[in-house]
Write a protein that binds this ligand. Sequence first.
Ligand SMILES: Cc1ncc(COP(=O)(O)O)c(C=O)c1O
Length: 390
Amino acid sequence: MASKYDHIYDQLQEYREKNLYRELSITQIKDNSFYLRKKKVINLGSNDYLGLSQNTTILSKIRDSIKQVSPCSSRLISGTSINVIKLERILANHRSSENALIYPTGYMANLGVLTTISSKEHTIFSDSLNHSSIIDACRLSKSNNIKIFQHNDLDHLEKLLKHSHTKKIIVTEGVFSMDGDIARLDMLTELAKKYDSILILDDAHSDFVFGNFGNNGGISESFGVENDVDIHISSLSKGLGCFGGYVASSNLITEILINKSRQFIYTSAIPEYLCLAAITAVSFLRKNKNIQQKFFVKIKWFIDQLNQLGFNIGTTSSQIIPIIIGDEKVASNFSKELFKKGIFIQAIRFPTVALGKARLRISLNTSLQETHLEYVINCLDKLGKKYNII
Ligand SMILES: Cc1ncc(COP(=O)(O)O)c(C=O)c1O
């Protein structure tokens, strides 16, 4: 008999048949170790790149000062605490921008910016590998014209820009979240200037990791073009190990976001203790400049090992390292076998990446010790051979 939920049953069945079905797993931290489905594993699936989410200085700071779980109000009503403002000033300074505005998440920051600053007269030019939050932001924007340029292909982007006679917005990630490669920001800023386009950079994965040691202002700082990016968007839940999202830009952009961004106005403010955690994390990094230096040595070693073994890891040059497999089922099985060996590496499948481009997405973090990494390389070598990938 037909049911009103038939389309949902059918959809779930289709996901199962195509090896695209997703399930939640319970995770736990016990005695500084990570447990997935009650099994202690080496975690290569977290965006806590600098290990700050478990940093004892940060934890004790918020433990001692927490007075309220949540402001239970939006920013414009009664949710703008002193620590939100303090953090916004720190983030503006960190990004060399006039101002910064915190959103509850990076996802909402992306939606907020593109839906607020675009109009029907704008064409948005978006890299083909941009994160889903940017894709959703483009879909929700006021623009009727979204042009996707081939990944990091600036000749293609320029062709599209040349043929467009509208107002323009270019949007890219800094370090690409599923490939770990880096946007060609030096040339993107040139193109943005040449075609009088607004340039938006979602720097979620390089913020606090890349850039000048101590400030770690992300990819735009590495390229020395931080002042040529109109709008920086980032997440606090990656390099900084905290929670939340932010937009760093001019006073003008901040003002319009406060007045018009529905993702800013119609939602509860970030809790103050999370802002305090982020403030403490930033000052911790400023005092411990060698964290990043050591991290990059680790990243280079790991990438070299995978290259020597013959894995296809694309063109990564960051802590995000994909092992590109292609077939969804093989990627899932590979990940399951790694789990049995005490290693967690997530298999990433459609729609996060294109169909037929499934991969193991490794994200390295500073908490991983040499012995862990050697063990992971050893297991990847054995399983890579078993699955005929190397
Ligand atoms: C490139 C990029 N932008 C934005 C986000 C969203 O950030 P948040 O987790 O703070 O919502 C992510 C999350 O993974 C991301 O990878």
